[in-house]
Design a protein around this ligand. Structure first.
Ligand SMILES: [Zn+2]
Length: 386
């Protein structure tokens, strides 16, 4: 097999290839450079590579690289995009990997280009000519903005494997669950008019007051009804994040908008929650003479849950000597679970450094992660006939 670059050289090249994804168009970039690097290295190691443009964004790509065949197997998955960066708050060039104080600095070093370099370096040092089940490296687009890469894969349903690991930075702790995230907007349209006579209009702010009290009652019901001891905040939450309405004290408020998020526990359905909220609105419209619209600011992310008894969770608890836990951030995990894989989140580097200026991966995370990857490949691709 042709030699591939060293781990540090791969990480340097991945970080030097910008792949920011962002809902603000001026930041948003293609991930093609990163996909091409991964495709080159993996195909030189004998992987069959499939590069797929996203249905709605032809400049962005998912990569599925497969070695071996069978209907079981293991997926090692990561996203190829990064968040934007604050240039003036970086001490070094975010696109140039720099080692200082036993840490590797660069945009995407821990979240999560470094993971791919670690995976490929581990794989190339293993003897994999006799795989009993396939080893699949999955590289997705757009995780940081819309998760449209993973959503597209889930819709296509073509990726099949029994187990999956997503190498998001968890400081090497196995993660088996997280909450869902929904970000919603409620827009109330009333009728403005002179403030001296309330009958001249329909006050959108008054109506929003009713909306908010209904939502707060609903929130209390959810809190009383659901709890999950796996989470530090063990109930579903709803946060009112911003509100805008009206313009002048002497005008009846004609429009008011509220944005809020809702974080559901595993087992709760985002769609059912939306339907319950929508049901609260018609009686307020009728009572206040306003029109009330509910819409999503972003496509929702379902909650994620893999049973603690799953073989991959157990295997990772043994390999890391740590109990599986939960996190407060969302991942592509629910989409991989939808495809029928038992999925866990476990990766090098800390979420505390992700999405921050001077993002880094500590050097001491690399070797333990390589041992986890090696252990999983041995267990699920080399030894098993399942
Ligand atoms: Zn990430």
């Amino acid at each position: 097999m042709p030699a591939i670059p060293s781990l540090i050289s791969m990480m340097t090249q991945l970080i030097a290839s910008p792949s920011i994804s962002c809902s603000q168009a001026h930041w948003d970039q293609s991930n093609k450079g990163v996909i091409q690097l991964l495709e080159g290295w993996l195909s030189s190691q004998g992987f069959q590579c499939e590069v797929m443009p996203l249905p709605d964004q032809p400049t962005k790509f998912n990569l599925i690289a497969t070695l071996g065949s069978g209907d079981g197997g293991l997926v090692l998955s990561g996203h190829t995009d990064t968040v934007p960066y604050d240039e003036d708050r970086w001490k070094s060039n975010p696109f140039s990997l720099e080692e200082r104080d036993q840490k590797l600095y660069g945009l995407g070093s821990c979240d999560m280009k470094g993971f791919f370099a670690i995976v490929i370096d581990t794989v190339q040092k293993m003897q994999l000519s006799n795989l009993k089940q396939p080893l699949i490296i999955l590289a997705t687009a757009d995780e940081e903005s819309s998760m449209s890469g993973a959503r597209a894969l889930a819709e296509q349903g073509s990726l099949k494997a029994r187990y999956a690991l997503i190498g998001e930075p968890t400081s090497l702790t196995p993660i088996h669950a997280h909450k869902g995230i929904m970000m919603e907007r409620i827009k109330v349209t009333g009728q403005s008019g002179h403030s001296s006579n309330p009958a001249l209009g329909n006050n959108a702010m008054d109506a929003m007051h009713s909306v908010m009290s209904e939502l707060m009652t609903f929130r209390t019901q959810l809190k009383n009804q659901y709890s999950d001891a796996n989470f530090v905040i063990d109930y579903p939450t709803m946060n009112f994040g911003c509100i805008h309405g009206g313009d002048n004290p002497n005008r009846i408020c004609g429009r008011c908008e509220l944005e809020f998020d809702l974080r559901a526990l595993p087992g709760m359905s985002n769609q059912a929650l939306m339907a319950e909220i929508a049901q609260l609105l018609p009686s307020i419209e009728e009572k206040t003479g306003t029109t009330i619209q509910l819409s999503s600011l972003f496509p929702d992310i379902p909650s994620f849950y893999t049973p603690i008894e799953s073989d991959i969770i157990k295997a990772c608890e043994t390999l890391t000597k740590r109990k599986a836990s939960t996190v407060a951030f969302a991942t592509e995990g629910p989409f991989l679970n939808q495809m029928g894989m038992e999925t866990l989140i476990l990766g090098p580097g800390s979420i505390d450094q992700a999405h921050q200026p001077n993002e880094f991966m500590a050097l001491n995370q690399i070797q333990p992660m390589q041992e986890v990857i090696r252990g999983l490949i041995e267990r699920f691709c080399l030894q098993t006939n399942e």
